[in-house]
Design a protein around this ligand. Sequence first.
Ligand code: ADP
Length: 645
Amino acid sequence: MDGVILTNSKGTVLNWNKQAEHILELKREETIGKSVYHLVPYKLRKQLKASFANYIKTGDDDLINKRVETSVNRRNGTVVYIELTIVAIEVKDDYLFNAFFRDITNRKIIDNEIREAKVLAEKSAKAKSVFLSNMSHEIRTPLNVILGLTGILQKSNFSNPTVDKKNLDGIQFSAENLLVLINDILDFSKIEAGKLTLHKEDFNLHELLNNLSRGFKIKADEKGLTYQVFIDTTVPKFIVGDQLRLNQILINLLGNAIKFTQKGEVLIQVTTHEILDDHITLNFLVKDTGVGIPEDKLKNIFESFYQVHKPGKNKIEGTGLGLSISKQLIELQGGILNAKSTPQVGSSFDFSIQFDKSNFKTSDHHNANSKIIDNLGELSGMKVLVVEDNKMNQFFIKQLLSNWSVEVIIAENGKIAIETLEKETFDLILMDMHMPVMDGSEATQIIRKSTNPKINQIPIVACSADVFPESKKKAMSSGMNFYLTKPLSEKALEEILYSLKPNVEHHREEKNESTKTIGNSSTQSKTQYCDLSFLKKTFDHDNETIKSVLQIFLEETPNDYKTLTEVIKNKNNSKAKEIAHKLKSSFKTIGLEKEATILEKIEKLSDNDDDFGKIHEEFELLRLSFPLILKEIEDTMRDLSSSNS
Ligand code: ADP
């Protein structure tokens, strides 16, 4: 029911119903015969007076005979929102005004909430569109460079290798830039969703800082800046923490320092803040003598997408995400990122993180540059079970481990591995993921369920040619402890073996790349398909071992290749997937990256029965190059033999 108030043209109240009493909290007896103007607030009073007068004069008014929304203050001060319609009634020579109104306060509250939610949604939509426009600009810039340079290369007749190389370098730079950007976005969304987890592992902090500095020194040199690294003597070489995230933070801060400095110096300094029984807190400082940041902007620089210095047109200058990600990564590790800056003088960013102390020891952990004695023999006596069906990988891993006098037993598949474990004791299992009979994750699950602690506790390293995160997830959820991608990195494997042998002093040799120049130029023979640099590095240019790997490739892969040809012809997708996967890791080991990528595509396409056409297309590419690859390997083996003699 509506509240109803009847007045004459002078505003004297003639009627005031029950609902009007209820809505306005004014009793009928308090109002009848009184002027309505005294009962409503000042603003409405003025409006009513003017409207009544206007209607009487002209027969029309904005407030009369229309539905309007307004608000009235009750006597106690509370506001009530009403929907009001005033109807004018002509009587003899005068007018009566009948006001009908209803309480719409609840609706108003809901409307307000909806409005606020809408404003918020619009704000976040705006933030999203700013995000997208920033992103698309940032992504388009390197993509345009890649497309532009690829176009130039396509038209070139490769007669000028220097120019072609420069164009390729440009493509690589832009692609890497794109990767950094995309990783940034992924990190950002992971942090925003609270899904980022930190890893704890032993790592060599000095090595991390040196590797980082090597790259940044080149950048600093290019700009004519001095680059300084200062590591306090109390900072241990090995600590336990998330080295990738620390690296990421320092890359951001150093990248900015160099980016925003035109002359002078960039410094990175690491000092010990506090040492406890099990922990050590380190302080990191990155300082520059660059353009600086005005005081009023300093508080904003940690916001996502905030950029004090707008990048110039067509310049790859960052996303404005770096500091926001770094700050959150530091906070996730219990630290705080502080920034100080004076315009035209320079900026400094510092933070402290507490790390666990490492059990790894070095002969001289005070001196980052000291040469460490080669003591790899300390690993001798360890026993590793290699579960692997691919002959080439078997040979490769066996050779790698025998370098350190580690005993190796090979099992062709998961089932044989489990049988072997019943009979012998091992320090570690290197487990291939894809194998016939029983694959890596199934075998691992059985091992972990064993009631024998000598079996169920053995550390297991997943070895896979897959780089997809879901493969790693699958390995970890089946109970594996580490995940390494094939071809296995010597260093990663070595670190794992050392971590399993805590009594051994970690005398890792700091390999000096410059002393490892290739003795005979013929081993550097140009290859069109294979890139043997990985094998050469891993086996210290031992031509005999490299030849053996290539020999196994020649013996093993043609058969698999033949099978692949047949199963693709017969549209046997599951078999095609299996063989392509097996071949992929052999191809990767001898640096046939392009062909490995084709195999990876075939592997993926085999998931879908409708993709025969595409599988054929991919396979055609391989069919053209495979005989040439075999020929190249034979030639290379000959070269390697002659360089030995
Ligand atoms: P960007 O990708 O733009 O570098 P960041 O989040 O890393 O994004 O930094 C945000 C902004 O803070 C930069 O755009 C720059 O304006 C300012 N900034 C960061 N580091 C420095 C520095 N060392 N000197 C001057 N300005 C800096």
